[in-house]
Write a protein that binds this ligand. Sequence first.
Ligand code: ADP
Ligand code: MG
Length: 618
Amino acid sequence: MTDIIQVLPDHVANQIAAGEVVQRPASVVKELIENAVDASSTRIDLLIKDAGKTLIQVADNGKGMSETDARLSFERHATSKIKLAEDLFDLKTKGFRGEALASIAAIAHVELKTKQAESDIGTQLKIKGSKVKSQEPCVTPTGTVVSVKNLFYNIPARRNFLKSNAVETRHIIDEFQRVAMAHPQISFSLHHNGNELFQLPETNQRQRIVNIFGAKTNEKLVPVEEETDIIKIEGFVGKPEFSKRTRGEQFFFVNNRYIKSPYLNHAVNAAFEGLLKDKKHPAYFLYLTVDPKSIDINIHPTKTEIKFDDEHALYAILRSAIKHSLGQFNVAPILDFDRDANLDTPYNYKEKAISNPTIEVDRDFNPFENSSNISVKNQPMRSSFPKQKASKENWEALYTGLNNEDSENFTNIEFESEEVSGRLFDEDPEETPNRTFQVQKKYIISSLKTGMIVIDQHRAHSRILYEELLKNITVKAAVSQQLLFPLQLQFNAHEIAMLHELKSSLEQTGFVFSKLEEDDVEITGIPNLIAESEVSILLEQLLSDFEHDVPDSGFQQTDLLAKSLSKSMAIKTGNVLNTQEQLAIVNGLFACKEPNLTPANKKIFVRLTAEDLEKKFI
Ligand code: ADP
Ligand code: MG
């Protein structure tokens, strides 16, 4: 009988381990920065090229390594951070597995320069695919510089799997920010392709957060502090009025390590109960300190989940600490719980001069009057937000699409069966609906020869807008309304990177960006059918819908964009529609290619046949 089991050669074992440790350039960034933090550095500089695909370099001024340690650091399970199994229960460092450098060196070209304070001369080591190519003395400042080039050079499948540079850069920024936020006493910088993205001086927690997320963040923070036997809580939560639709600014750090915890997140949300509108997420930056013995550190190297001994107690303590802060800083009582969500304005509007929205109601309006006599002038745009400037006649564009050329004057619109591609009304053109009514400010009902149809107004309008938007983005540009005063908005570095990717598609829908930089976005033109006051919410929702990834493929991107915008722009449940508006929705819907389903594949209408109705009367 022959033996067939072999111990894998080191470089193969390392490559397998690398598959777990290094998923993308951001994983390398995380490991290298954490090593620099563990080396007691006070300054850490990260430099990347081509989203880390070409180069990732981390330079620190920490304690450095001896010649032998430099060599050993690339061996698997080589670590200076634990010696005994017991040490695992008292971890003060970020690393302890001794896997990162070995893994990285298995799948990239790595160059290390390092020097300890007491030595005059440092050492330089070059490794390629786990093989040491050279080690020589070199002149270098105290500390360590690790350069990782051509990541995944020997695993083409992995390399091809990487996302666009913008997406990979965002992941890197994420990792960078998380470590930077946990260590305000260390100064950090990040350069990408020669551009400075962050320059963070040594400071305190609050200022570090402000330096990362922009000056405007300062006024939004409410401090949270609590100390009990089992946990110390420090940090900040965002005031409820600044909560966002995106989950972006939510950070837990446990013993200075970024973690994700749906359970503790729930505790924060519970503390905000009653203070937030639906689907809004509070910002939080919470630093928890617990006894290292009370957490399970034996977690996956790249995972951020954590297991606490007494989660239940932590939940209660966290929740009450936040509630207390919100109360103490007078955040809770000043809120008006019953106000209409539609009237909420983004924070930057607060600084603007007040302009009273005008609502005009045509009391003489008779829906059954001959349509050619109807005055269009007095119909305000039916939007879920008060429109800030007089919208003249273009309100009807809401129903007929973005392009004004296409939008017939309402007085000319009749329910013509040739225009209707849906089979629904083809049965008898005479029977096409010209009488509709609205039920529960949600459904439009119309009779058919064969029975009746009930249409969900929001869903129908989303479908109409979605098809128009798709057409505009792919075929022709939409008409844009120029703003008298450019709109100033703030977004963080992430969001800006995403907006850059979406910019050209957004411009096709009518947006005009005159500036698109961190904390400084200026919009001078917006799509014809949205009100200025909607813009910030719309963009926020858009970024939230894209989560963290903007698809590379043009079609997917366009499709997602059109889905998101149509959802936000569509008239909402709760909007009262006059007869014309109801008819326009019905008309627009059945001129759509796909009138049955919303872009999110939900049913738009139901038909009740005479038979169905009869059955109900049995
Ligand atoms: P771990 O961090 O889990 O110990 P790594 O593979 O990341 O494993 O690093 C191996 C060892 O190399 C570390 O334990 C540390 O002693 C040394 N090392 C790595 N990076 C640095 C650095 N920037 N400065 C000083 N020592 C370092
Ligand atoms: Mg490490």
